[in-house]
Design a protein around this ligand. Sequence first.
Ligand code: ADP
Length: 486
Amino acid sequence: MSIPEPVAKLIRHQAYVNGQWVDARSGKTFAVFNPATNERITQVPDQGQEDTSEAISAAHTAFPAWKSLTPKERSAILKRWAMLVNDNLESLATILTMEQGKALAEARGEVASSVAYIEWFANEAMRVTGETLPRSANGNFEYMQKLPIGVVAAITPWNFPNSMIARKVAPALAAGCTVVIKPAEDTPLSALALTQLATDAGVPAGVINVITASSGAEVGFELSKNPTVKKLSFTGSTAVGKILLEQCASTVKKLSLELGGNAPFIVFEDADLDAAVQGAISIKFYNSGQTCVCANRLFIQESIHDEFLKKYNEAIANLVQGHGLQENVSHGPLINEKAIAKIQNLVDSTVSEGATVYRGGNKLPHLGPNFFEFTVLTNVAKDMEIFRSEIFGPIAAVYKFATEEEAVALANDTPYGLASYLYTRDTGRIFRVSEALEYGMVGVNTPRFVSETVPFGGVKESGIGREGSSHGIDEFLEMHYVCIKT
Ligand code: ADP
């Protein structure tokens, strides 16, 4: 395909270290593909341990000057960055769809959310305060100030390659930290484009560095073991999160982990059924099912189960799968062939365990190599593998329940605890069930609530820490206590 000039200008082919666009020391590269077609878009450096160590040093060198700017000066640079991201929204959305596959409308929404995160933290930069404390002895003057933690490593996933960068880098920079980013190997181009715009906005050399690599392990090892890195912020799988948690133990690094989810979506018989159906469409098939907040287990009260399914099935027929750059398309492909194979295996194994395919169940090779049908599985039970799996694809697993107690018990029967959803019109039940759900976030009669104002994060094995909201910046600050004997 021919790439329009404003888009081409933002597609970078190199990594970014200490204010320079660079190749890997080894000279190696790896290809970035369009998942809608498996066509190669470009290649980027395949960097390793030494490249990463160099980027960490650059971030360390840049730290004193960056933290010494006044909050207002840092805020002004972040605001310019937000403005440039907004000015280039269409090009960034195009790059995002090219490398990730999501429909252009969703990509535009994601880039707009990046603008919102950067603006939000540009403002939060100026609201970092401390406390004067009650004196612990007469003659003392005691206070606590919040100081930037230092060099931050940010490891990001491929499902939100644009906004995950904004959500981590903006608060880090606002706090006065410098950053080394390691974007996902499937989608490095959005991170590089955002970095280009940050540089244009006046972010100094060394303050943002981007390392690109074909696999996360080597770079991740250096980022977690290097003592100069004081904080690691990771979004990705629980399996990799656990590796990082262990690796970071050696330097007692502060960690934020946004890991997997197994979101329950509970519909009670007193719910507005049409709203519940629309909600289940929106959050099950969001990003073609590839988000950690996607409805993973649909629990429908038995008296409305069949009617829900009928309406759900009809609503799915209105969705349009295809190449994300085509304007009428609502849902793009999965990220790669590995993801397609995983989904096909999961459907097959769930059926062999006794579930029924209500609709779908197959690949869609006529659309491209990485497309899978919207699929609804019924007669699914809690002893099946799918109950414990993070599906990460357009497969709706529908379970029946009888009572509120049963629904809550089923919902909480998982090591995960990120997002959860419930639909009911009973006011008492709203408060009761919301509190009983062991999740970091609960959506009541609403499927989509994530924004820059929300403390996004999970409990249990879904992670540590929160991103966004007025608390997000605290992840990049340390409390510094001072006691003065007067
Ligand atoms: P997913 O299953 O969604 O691809 P991953 O956890 O594998 O999630 O990937 C999320 C990010 O973690 C990516 O940037 C990836 O390169 C990186 N990653 C993968 N393995 C490791 C590792 N061992 N150490 C550090 N980062 C890793």
